[in-house]
Design a protein around this ligand. Structure first.
Ligand SMILES: [Fe+2]
Ligand SMILES: [Fe+2]
Length: 193
């Protein structure tokens, strides 16, 4: 890399003791999980049928639209850090390890659908906590994104825990799907105006 390509914004992170390559790797994996979960949640939501399914549909939709926001929220940062997304979308989807989110044997089994949603949210919570730990005190920009995504993942987890086990989440429904109270500033591409 010539002097003209010296990226001060990345050099500083290295001076702060951050393993930038490791961070890029983790961000690309996390973004693939969000992208793939968005797809699978689309299928899961579509299979919430009947009177019970009708209520669950709205919660899955809120979580689904926020996963799209989480995908959008990491892209710019990956490129700023010098990373990129895989050329082949199939490689990208495989990287997520989200096969467990495929429809259950009985596709409209509501409890099985909710269990899958919960597992996805718990996995995402661990993924973003990892990025928070990697960047805390070293990379305030990525940390800000990761902690905002983490806040939404923790909310999503609590919604599915409540639906499955009656553990109160204390949440009010989003005002509209895609409200994304914590990550909105990171995913402005999704704003309609
Ligand atoms: Fe997410
Ligand atoms: Fe989520």
């Amino acid at each position: 890399m010539g002097n003209s390509e010296k990226v001060v914004g990345v050099e500083l992170l290295k001076q702060n003791g951050l393993d930038v390559d490791e961070l890029i790797k983790q961000l690309v994996i996390n973004s693939s999980v969000e992208f793939t979960a968005y797809y699978y949640f689309t299928l899961l939501r579509a299979n919430c049928t009947g009177m019970d399914g009708e209520g669950v549909k709205g919660i899955i939709e809120d979580a689904r639209m926020e996963d799209l926001s989480h995908f959008e929220s990491c892209i710019e940062r990956i490129y700023q850090l010098g990373g990129s997304l895989p050329k082949d979308p199939i490689d990208y989807i495989k990287m997520s390890g989200c096969e467990f989110l495929q429809l259950p044997d009985n596709p409209t089994d509501l409890k099985a659908i909710l269990e899958k949603c919960l597992k996805a949210e718990q996995g995402a919570t661990i993924n973003w906590d990892k990025v928070c730990k990697m960047t805390h005190g070293k990379d305030p920009i990525t940390y800000d994104i990761a902690k905002d995504i983490l806040a939404e993942e923790v909310e999503h987890e609590s919604w599915f825990l409540e639906l499955l086990y009656g553990r109160p989440s204390g949440h009010m429904r989003r005002k509209h799907p895609g409200e994304r109270p914590h990550t909105r500033k990171h995913s402005r591409a999704l704003d309609m105006n």
